[in-house]
Design a protein around this ligand. Structure first.
Ligand code: UDX
Length: 470
């Protein structure tokens, strides 16, 4: 059954509190990426939200309107909704449950060493909520979890709270992309509501009725859980597909960007998620793919195709490292400017980022590194502190000064807009190894660089390395 949000909007609101607040009272467990954006956006939609987070320092910062993550639009939402009294952060679980009709579970589900999702935090939330139930509550999974996790949440709460307590467990997966999470929440492509009771379904429909016009997919809890994993597995497959194509493009001296644009114009294929390069990282796609593969194996389902998607992705960094060696030969004492350390632009998140592999590898090979990223440097610095062979630059131009090569690991717009002629004049040797196909071979050639990319064929200017200092 599919409804559009505009159909829901035509339904009259049935609730307004004494303070003029329209909407539901919502508790959110976990104020990480998903939890924080969910809490701020639900408050923005008019609901009254209490977000419980164990990290007292994060609670203090958020309560003061200071975002703990780099996410466009979030600071403004925090300020407006804290001020309006619709949003509160607390370390006390009872505050998030007691005053709420709906409780979202947004805690982390990081990968375990065997590739499965670690559900310890989800189980802990279930155990925490159980004794706090004092009337009907709807508990909603927002974290990405393997199919049938809701049943375990329900079983845990039922066991601890007793059979007389009234509650439902539903699934309302998030499809938020870091860097555009606020917009994705407030202007979603679709809303998936997995609920096995009419009461749970209507509560969630009401919660989102002020949302923008988008399709709403109403389904069972298990289906909703699975939809999220299947969506991420498909996105991962699309990226690995274009990366295989890009290797072929390299071999054939064909431009993968043109191929991607042309095939993407077919609506059956679509133009998104066809950017070839270093592959998918971050905290979601790799983890969700691996978790899905494990679930499939538990059920005896052959998912060899998804294993291959994972293998292709894991090989991307080796391919880039081989290109760096091809460009520079011996790396010992070569100065390499690394632009970009986050797993994608517009975030400060370095989880699953290529930089975590590339930086130590280049250091082990003896290179001197000058690193710049607009947002991710503090997090990388905590893992790889600066020393006499590793410096963090204040600007991209400072990073490239006297470098033997420039290596691009993240496709920040700021790098795309660099004055390439100026960059060339600052570098010791004009070599770019582009892990994100940020530049076009034509502009690189015009600026006089030797260019190694993942899917453009390699470009060497006619005056090969002439007049350069090696
Ligand atoms: C992803 C899903 O998109 C989102 O729906 C889900 O809720 C969480 O996981 P996110 O991890 O924020 O979001 O990033 P996304 O924009 O999906 O990119 C994931 C990775 O794929 C990044 O490393 C990005 O650089 C890479 N990517 C993306 C490509 O290599 N090529 C592309 O064409 C698109």
């Amino acid at each position: 059954m599919r409804l559009t949000a505009s159909e829901l909007l035509r339904q009259p609101r049935d609730r307004e509190d004494g303070n003029g607040h329209v909407g539901r009272r919502v508790g959110v467990f976990g104020a990480g990426y998903a939890g924080l954006v969910t809490a701020a956006c639900l408050a923005e939609m008019g609901h009254t939200v209490v977000a419980a987070e164990k990290d007292a320092e994060a609670v203090a910062r958020l309560s003061a309107g200071e975002p703990t993550i780099h996410e466009p639009g979030l600071r403004e939402l925090l300020a407006a909704n804290l001020e309006a009294g619709r949003l509160k952060f607390t370390t006390r679980a009872e505050d998030a449950v007691g005053a709420s009709d709906i409780v979202f579970v947004c805690v982390g589900t990081p990968p375990r060493s065997d590739g499965r999702a670690d559900l310890c935090q989800v189980e802990e939330v279930a155990r925490t909520i159980a004794p706090l139930l004092d009337g009907y509550k709807l508990i909603v999974e927002k974290s990405t979890v393997p199919a049938r996790t809701a049943r375990w949440i329900e079983w845990t709460i039922r066991r601890l709270a007793g059979s007389e307590r009234e509650f439902d467990v539903a699934s309302n997966p998030e499809f938020l992309r870091e860097g555009s999470a606020v917009r994705d929440f407030l202007e979603p492509d679709r809303i998936v509501i997995g609920a096995d009771s009419a009461r749970a379904r209507s509560l969630l429909l009401e919660l989102y009725k002020a949302s923008v016009d988008c399709p709403i997919v109403l389904t069972s809890v298990t289906t909703a859980e699975f939809i999220k994993q299947a969506a991420n597995a498909f996105l991962a497959s699309k990226i690995s597909f274009i990366n295989v194509v890009s290797d072929l493009c390299d071999a054939l001296d064909v431009d993968v960007t043109t191929v991607a644009r042309a095939i993407g114009l077919d609506p059956r294929i679509g133009r998104h998620f066809l950017k070839a390069g270093l592959g998918f990282g971050g905290s979601c796609l790799p983890k969700d793919l691996s978790a899905l593969i494990n679930v499939a194996e538990d059920h005896g389902v052959d998912v060899g195709m998804l294993r291959e998607v994972e293998r292709i992705n894991n090989a991307r960094i080796e391919r880039l490292l081989a290109k760096i060696e091809r460009a520079l030969w011996v790396l010992q004492h070569k100065v390499i400017a690394v632009l970009g350390v986050t797993f994608k632009p517009d975030t400060d998140d370095i989880r699953g980022a290529p930089s975590l592999t590339v930086v130590p590898w280049l250091r082990a090979a003896g290179a001197d590194l000058r690193i710049f990223d607009p947002a991710g440097m503090p997090k990388l610095k905590a893992l790889f502190p600066a020393d006499d062979r590793l410096t963090y630059a204040a600007t991209p131009l400072e990073a490239v000064r006297d470098a033997n090569a420039l290596v691009v690991l993240t496709d920040w717009d700021e790098f795309r807009l660099l004055d390439l002629k100026l960059v060339r004049s600052l570098m010791r040797t004009p070599i770019i190894v582009d892990g994100r196909n940020l530049f076009t071979p034509a502009e690189i050639q015009a600026a006089g660089f030797e260019y190694y990319s993942l899917g453009h064929g390699d470009v060497t200017p006619s005056a090969e390395r002439q007049g350069t200092r090696i």
